[in-house]
Design a protein. Structure first.
Length: 219
């Protein structure tokens, strides 16, 4: 909606509007006079400029512009020309622009989610399977059902702790962001002593520093 937008009333726009005040219809001239009086406001509604632009393209407006001294071109009062060098709604604070995420980043996040779900499902199956296997194997020991159930729960509890520790280690490794290599331009003098410099790209990494140069040039 442009009905509630305001435009910054710059000096060049104010001069342009003042030069048209005598040519405008009485109603439009009265609307414009409010924004040309002292003290001059810093904003002007978008609708006022839009009405003026529509008038300049009308037959009566084009005739009035052509008969003025000096003659005026109606294209000079289009919305593009009137809004040039101005700011739309400077009194408002818009939210910060959030750029869309890269498709590669979205796909990588989906893969991590699938791996996390798979890891959790494997952990649940391991805990349940270990507990059931312990309960099933303890029947040959001649234990009562209560002791067999407790033994199965104990084994499942131990396996659950082990799976939790492994999951935390796995998550900590995958949650660490990978640092992208940063290219830095460095200048090195040539060996012939002519004073010229050679721009060489170096790739900085946490563990190594690699120099890129001309493979045919002796080091």
């Amino acid at each position: 909606m442009t009905s509630d937008l305001n435009i910054s009333l710059e000096d060049h726009l104010r001069d342009t509007l003042a030069s048209l005040q005598d040519l405008l219809p009485p109603e439009l001239s009265a609307q414009l006079q409010v924004y040309l009086n002292q003290p001059r406001p810093a904003l002007i509604p978008y609708t006022v400029l839009h009405s003026l632009s529509q008038w300049s393209r009308s037959p009566s407006g084009s005739s009035a512009l052509c008969s003025s001294t000096p003659p005026r071109d109606s294209n000079d009062f289009s919305m593009i020309s009137l809004l040039a060098g101005t700011t739309t709604s400077p009194d408002r604070k818009f939210g910060a622009y959030v750029p869309p995420r890269d498709p590669e980043e979205i796909e990588a996040e989906r893969k991590r989610e699938r791996r996390t779900i798979t890891t959790l499902m494997n952990a649940i199956l391991s805990v349940g399977g270990s507990g059931f296997a312990a309960w099933w194997a303890s029947q040959h020991a001649g234990w009562k059902k209560e002791w067999r159930a407790l033994f199965g729960l104990f084994v499942g509890f131990v396996v659950a702790i082990a799976e939790a520790v492994l999951y935390l280690i796995w998550q900590s490794r995958h949650s660490t962001p990978m640092k992208k290599p940063r290219l830095v331009s460095a200048r090195h003098k040539k060996n012939d002593g002519d004073g010229d410099s050679l721009v060489v790209e170096t790739e900085h990494d946490d563990s190594r520093l690699r120099r890129r140069g001309n493979p045919t040039q002796p080091t």
